[in-house]
Write a protein that binds this ligand. Structure first.
Ligand code: ZN
Length: 489
């Protein structure tokens, strides 16, 4: 009999990979957006949850319950971070490969994402889609996502299936069939995904163009989804070389959180993962540095079926490990979180100049990108939308935000992190992020203090430091000009 899961079954549906065309936004969107999309599935009211799970420090600030974890590195380089949590009879397993779309070979964009699909195909011991059978058929779930820096595979299963999943993850790490049949079938799926997520939606090209144009040298300029031309140009040998370069134990981190015994876990790891050999070749790493921007750059792109003009503005920001990362997160929240946020209130509600307006701090491993996006309201010009966006930036540079606004923004971020930590899957995601992207798993226990230390002066300082005209890229995304009618008609 299946053991009850820590989330109702209905909530799992959004996790399930669509076998025909996986939900690309989850695969390619910034981690911050992915987290938001996960949070929507949790129905406990945020205020209640804060009361339930959080302690209050003497200064009145919320404290995150400590996450005790165990670290281990095998001789073959595989890193393991595990945390026991017996509150539900389930276990979350994640394998983080430190390869993302920034590692796609030149002229072969989309490879990291293509591999995410390939990893669900047949292996030495498993039929294609067997991972889904090993999880969904016992009331669990599995999926994966790819972003600029990492490719992550995850499962949540009743805890008595942990050994099976460790065997299966070892099997697809060491014995994936990178053959012509699997490659061609998944390439077709990815091409269809590109059509559905980039070409078909009215604003699908906007973020694609913004990413391409926002970097001049760094491979972050290649969107994760890739391009049809590059995918068509790929040969089986390219795909095999990519797999050999990055899918290896010394480029992987296994995260296990939930109902298990550490000693038993170590025994299974010794049995299934320890024997995988470490390749002798060095791991390729991106060393290209994106140069600082020196002056404002502007572009106009036209697209088919664009109902209303859109404006995208980007600023280069420091990497995710930088001391300013938390202040940028807070700035994003003040600008963009909810209907009381500055952008929504000014552009959508008061001025009615835009039908939507948002900010995203896309904090990445090598260099970050802060986006401001807005879609014009009917009859409004992109020039006016741009002016309103920049006016909101200027307000935050000219005067500090109020303490109440700051406190609210920090509470919003803290609440989302506490909600995430309520599940084994969320704890594993936090541990994986801290280990692979922040370089220290203990950041799961220290980052809240950093966030709560952000002051109104910090927010004003980062707005002045990064949001200047030299560091600005502006893109207008407009409907295609009306075609002139043939003469005489
Ligand atoms: Zn996909």
């Amino acid at each position: 009999m299946p053991v009850p899961m820590d989330l109702p079954r209905a909530m799992h549906k959004t996790f399930v990979r669509d076998k025909e065309a996986c939900a690309s936004f989850r695969k390619t969107c910034p981690q911050s957006l992915r987290r938001l999309s996960r949070l929507r599935r949790i129905s406990v009211p945020a205020g209640l949850l804060l009361l339930l799970v959080a302690g209050q420090s003497v200064s009145g600030q919320v404290k995150m319950p400590r996450l005790d974890f165990h670290e281990r590195t095998l001789a073959n380089g595989l890193r393991i971070v595990s945390a026991e949590n017996r509150t539900s009879p389930t276990v979350a397993i994640q394998v983080w490969y430190h390869v993302g779309s920034k590692d796609d070979p030149a002229g072969r964009s989309g490879f990291a994402h293509l591999f995410e699909h390939m990893m669900f195909k047949s292996t030495r011991n498993m039929k294609s889609e067997m991972m889904d059978r090993l999880t969904e058929d016992i009331g669990g779930f599995d999926n994966a996502f790819t972003n600029d820096d990492t490719t992550v595979y995850y499962e949540v299963v009743p805890s008595n299936y942990l050994e099976t999943l460790l065997w299966a993850e070892a099997d697809r790490l060491s014995g994936l069939n990178v053959d012509a049949q699997n490659f061609k079938s998944e390439r077709d799926v990815v091409k269809e995904e590109y059509r559905q997520t980039v070409l078909a939606p009215p604003y699908g090209r906007l973020d694609y163009f913004l990413q391409q144009k926002s970097f001049t040298a760094h491979p972050y300029k290649r969107p994760t989804i890739g391009s049809i031309e590059d995918l068509n140009a790929a040969a089986l040998a390219d795909v095999q070389a990519f797999h050999a370069s990055f899918y290896r134990p010394d480029n992987a981190t296994l995260v296990v959180v939930g109902d298990f015994d550490q000693q038993q876990l170590d025994t299974w790891i010794d049995k299934y993962l320890q024997p995988i050999a470490k390749p002798g070749s060095p791991l390729p790493r991106v060393t290209v540095k994106e140069p600082q921007r020196k002056k404002e750059v502007r572009f106009t792109e036209n697209g088919p079926n664009v109902p209303l003009p859109a404006v995208g503005i980007t600023y280069l920001t420091p990497p995710i490990t930088d001391a300013d990362a938390e202040s940028l997160r807070v700035a994003q929240t003040i600008l963009s979180a909810g209907e009381s946020s500055r952008l929504y209130h000014a552009l959508v509600y008061e001025q009615q100049i835009a039908q939507s307006a948002s900010a995203t701090a896309n904090l990445l491993e090598d260099v970050g990108l802060f986006h401001l996006n807005a879609i014009a309201a009917s009859g409004r010009k992109p020039e006016d939308v741009e002016a309103s966006l920049l006016a909101e930036v200027k307000k935050m540079q000219d005067a500090p935000v109020s303490q109440a606004e700051l406190d609210k923004a920090i509470n919003q971020i803290v609440t989302s992190q506490l909600l995430e930590r309520e599940t084994n899957d969320g704890k594993a995601l936090a541990l994986g992020t801290a280990t692979v992207l922040l370089g220290d798993p203990n950041r799961v226990n220290t980052d809240l203090v950093r966030l709560q230390a952000v002051s109104t002066a910090d927010v004003q300082r980062v707005m002045k430091k990064y949001f200047n005209s030299e560091n600005r890229l502006v893109l207008y995304y407009l409907p295609e000009p009306a075609k002139s009618k043939p003469e005489g008609r």
